[in-house]
Design a protein. Structure first.
Length: 291
């Protein structure tokens, strides 16, 4: 369903759609090439008569952080599942580095693209270090011994995630925030150029939310890793991301730099919140009332 907006805002939204989803040129469009994109996408689940998500095109620019934002049920996680090849589209294609994603073998894809999903499970008795070593599985055959490259990748991942003091702790003994950082370290050990994160800060306290996002930003800036991340907190997304994709009722509402996407009109149309938005320079969103 298309959100109700006035003619001026509708024109703005259509212009944004032409820029990104039809590939047009604009100052609002990222200047980076897209390492991951989807075209003519329709996504659904067994038992759903209509698509849950539909869009003409969505791009993840290379070397940047792209945040998918929107209310519950808007299709953010569904979109990420398709981009990571965990959900087959009813229609359309997903392309990673010039190849349709379904053409990759499982291990080959895992060497190119890392995914941190919402559902993570590991034996509680496994140590953090052992968990991180599991991230090296795409680079090894079943009977291969751990190599020096594996050791270096694991040490780098543990350092980046800031879990050096937890390496010998059992995963089952960790707090929620510590577990999330351990899982992030495991995904980092895959040593991929593209990283997808599905709501990595959900249910974490503010300290660990910021710690997770600081790790993501460091990884992007120092390792040039391309990131697509689903976030609930739009202010947090605006602070840490280079680009935002705002989804509403399973369709893209707008795309672009945070300063141009996060507006009072968007908060009203997409999140049904009357709020004031200022940048000082970080975004400040002051909710007034629900709509």
């Amino acid at each position: 369903m298309t959100p109700e907006i006035d003619s001026e805002d509708r024109e703005t939204g259509q212009r944004a759609e032409r820029q990104v989803f039809d590939g047009g040129d604009s100052d609002r469009k990222s200047t980076s090439a897209s390492v991951l994109h989807a075209e003519d996408l329709a996504l659904g689940y067994p038992g759903t008569d209509e698509p849950v998500v539909e869009c003409d095109r969505i791009d993840v620019p290379e070397g940047e952080i792209t945040a998918l934002v929107g209310p519950n049920g808007s299709g953010k996680s569904t979109m990420l599942k398709a981009l990571s090849n965990h959900l087959d589209p009813d229609r359309g294609t997903v392309v990673l580095d010039g190849r349709e994603i379904h053409q990759y073998g499982d291990k080959e894809l895992a060497r190119e693209l890392g995914l941190l999903s919402q559902e993570n499970d590991a034996p509680g008795s496994i140590t953090v270090e052992d968990l991180v070593y599991h991230g090296r599985y795409p680079h090894r055959e079943f009977f291969d011994a751990v190599s020096e490259a594996d050791h270096e990748a694991v040490e780098r991942a543990i350092e980046l995630a800031g879990v050096e003091d937890l390496r010998d702790e059992e995963v089952g003994s960790l707090s929620g925030g510590q577990k999330q950082l351990a899982w992030i370290a495991m995904v980092l050990a895959q040593d991929t150029d593209v990283l997808l994160l599905d709501e990595p800060t959900t249910f974490l306290d503010l300290h660990h939310q910021l710690r997770v996002m600081e790790v993501v930003r460091t990884l992007n800036e120092e390792e040039n890793v391309t990131v697509a991340v689903v976030l609930h907190d739009i202010a947090q997304a605006a602070r840490f991301a280079d680009n935002l994709v705002a989804l509403h009722d399973g369709e893209p509402y707008d795309w672009g730099p945070p300063r141009e996407v996060v507006t009072e009109q968007l908060l009203a149309d997409v999140f049904e919140v009357d709020a004031a938005v200022t940048y000082t320079p970080d975004p400040e969103i002051v909710p007034k009332r629900s709509l």
